[in-house]
Design a protein around this ligand. Structure first.
Ligand code: WQD
Length: 337
């Protein structure tokens, strides 16, 4: 089977490309490289020993995207393409709606035109909004989201569900990621945030490599075990394997299904810092600062449904996440540059 990865040169997309190739799928990547590097393609091919077809296109560009479908007999699509910075989305919401929703509409229309009937969508636990109860389960109410980025994910889930309701042959699997961290064990692909990292783990690894002086821990007065925020961190390789499982599930199960991709385990900020220090034997200076606006105290998944229906379960540990993050950062202090 030949699978198109929109945004496939990004952090999650590149790791998913590796797992798909390892599982015997053919991979086509369509990416505008606005938040990724062409070097990623060479790394994917080096890890797997297999070739990847690449198209430097804006997924929202109908003509360009049709060219990809004309060149390749696509059997399914994994849709990663989209802007993903929470803070930036608050500053430029219209650009986020235009890009993230525009890409999706063009993709769904093109899939219909070419008779491509399976889509796996890169959604996010952010769609749950402020958790009403924990752990978060797929049948819990979603929204309202605390930022435009999260709202684009919620709206796109609805768009895909409506499209599948109108076109019975369209199958969709919506994957709600918790907090992806880590890197492939080869140290050849990993996360390359634009500028100063917003997320915890890449910030820690940039402190470790000396690019940043210290970590600011955003608040230690939350109602959690040590007062710092608790999240469900999932190794990006486990997450990537979840996409392979979702594809295999979609092929066998027509319709629309939603899955959490998390570990079901919550770790605090200080748990992450202490694990990183212990595993990598490297100091991470930090200071406690005020809470970050919009942050919630705690968020972690009920991961049971993906295990029950897809036979997928995260297996890599917090130690693996810290070790693999550091190997990538140490070998690539400036990412793919
Ligand atoms: C984790 C914890 C912070 C940075 C975001 C998006 C979400 C998803 C994952 C895309 C929190 C604390 C962080 C720092 C800190 N992305 N922290 N100092 O906010 O849970 O989720 O990324 O889908 O949509 O919202 O992740 O890594 O930013 O924060 O103390 O420098 O680390 O307060 O408790 P978050 P994060």
């Amino acid at each position: 089977m030949k699978i198109l990865l929109t945004g496939g040169a990004g952090y999650i997309g590149s790791h998913t490309a590796v797992e798909l190739l390892n599982a015997g799928f053919d991979v086509v990547i369509a990416d505008d490289f606005s938040n990724s590097s062409p070097e990623v393609i060479r790394r994917i091919e080096k890890i797997t020993g297999k070739a990847v077809s690449v198209y430097h296109v804006d997924v929202a560009d109908e003509k360009a995207l049709e060219g990809v479908f004309e060149d390749n007999s696509i059997d399914g699509v994994i849709h990663f393409a989209g802007f993903k910075a929470v803070g930036e989305s608050v500053k430029i919401p219209l650009a986020y709606y235009r890009n993230n929703i525009g890409c999706t509409l063009t993709l769904l229309e093109t899939m219909e035109k070419f008779g491509v009937n399976i889509i796996i969508f890169s959604s996010s636990a952010t769609v749950y909004g402020t958790p009403k109860a924990l752990p978060l389960a797929e049948d819990m109410t979603t929204g309202p989201c605390s930022n435009p980025y999260g709202s684009t994910k919620l709206f796109i889930e609805q768009i895909i569900m409506d499209a599948a309701a109108a076109r019975k042959e369209l199958t969709a699997v919506l994957l709600r990621y918790f907090n992806p961290v880590g890197a492939h064990q080869s140290g050849l692909v990993g996360e390359m945030p634009n500028g100063i990292p917003n997320n915890l783990m890449p910030f820690i690894s940039q402190v470790a490599v000396g690019k940043l002086a210290r970590l600011n821990v955003f608040g230690n007065d939350y109602p959690t075990k040590d007062g710092t925020g608790v999240r469900d961190y999932i190794h990006v390789v486990d997450l990537a394997k979840g996409h392979v499982a979702a594809l295999n599930y979609g092929v066998k199960n027509p319709g629309v299904e939603v899955f959490n991709l998390g570990t079901g385990i919550g770790y605090s900020v200080l748990d992450i810092v202490n694990a990183f220090v212990k595993v990598n034997q490297i100091e991470i200076p930090y200071v406690i600062t005020d809470r970050r606006a919009g942050d919630i105290a705690e968020c972690y998944a009920n991961a049971e449904k993906a295990s029950r229906l897809m036979g997928w379960k995260a297996g890599l540990t917090l130690e693996d996440m810290c070790r693999d993050t550091w190997r990538w950062q140490k070998n690539n202090p400036n990412g793919y540059e």
